[in-house]
Design a protein around this ligand. Structure first.
Ligand code: 5GP
Length: 191
């Protein structure tokens, strides 16, 4: 990385644990944060926008960026579905004088934590239970029975990595989880 370096706030969780909602809350509360828009090769959902939720790339474009070493980290989060953090995205945020906030899966979160060391705060958002998580995913209505099972199975494994993060926020009640996360991030950015 070149130029001025800011900090990194990493939010990781099993899919459906509420991390995206918490990340959006933190962005509203803390104007010094900017969202790091990941790249992905998965198809766009109806409510999503190109360059806002993700940089949606074709599998070929994604592979090309990997070869060009354009990613700080990338991963095949689900079979055939790639996600990654572009180096240019982090540089853009830091050049604007902001700190970057990331919404990543657990493996990606731990990779970034390793990469950025003390510059990063890695928060694990934990769902109250796998049953609650499955119900939230069902209600979100974005999954088929098959992709839901994949996500819940993966979540079980991801819960085991919680103790490798700097902090854990259990999302029993969203308001409280948001407040806890805000406290953690405020303290980290003040340091
Ligand atoms: P979704 O398809 O529901 O948007 O995201 C699936 C998973 O991929 C989520 O856990 C999300 O946080 C994760 N993800 C999003 N962007 C990245 C990224 O840049 N790198 C990694 N490793 N995971 C990501």
């Amino acid at each position: 990385m070149v130029g001025r370096e800011g900090k990194c706030v990493i939010c990781s969780a099993p899919s459906g644990a509420g991390k995206t909602t918490i990340v959006h809350y933190l962005l509203r509360q803390l104007p010094e944060l900017a969202f790091s828009v990941s790249a992905t090769s998965r198809p766009m959902r109806p409510n999503e926008r190109q360059g806002v939720d993700y940089h949606f790339l074709s599998p070929e474009e994604f592979a090309k960026r990997i070869r060009e070493e354009a990613f700080v980290e990338w991963e095949e989060v689900y079979p055939g579905r790639f996600y990654g953090t572009l180096r240019s995205e982090v540089e853009r945020i830091w050049a604007a004088g902001k700190h970057a906030i990331f919404d990543l899966d657990v493996v990606g979160g731990l990779h970034l934590k390793e990469r950025f060391g003390p510059q990063a705060l890695a928060i694990f958002i934990e769902p109250p239970s796998l049953e609650v998580l499955a119900e939230r995913l069902r209600q979100r209505g974005t999954e088929t029975a098959e992709t839901l099972k994949v996500r819940v199975d993966k979540a079980g494994l991801e819960m085991e990595t919680a103790d490798r993060f700097d902090a854990v926020v259990v999302n029993h009640a969203l308001d409280q989880a948001c407040a806890e996360a805000l406290d953690l991030v405020r303290n980290f950015l003040r340091k």
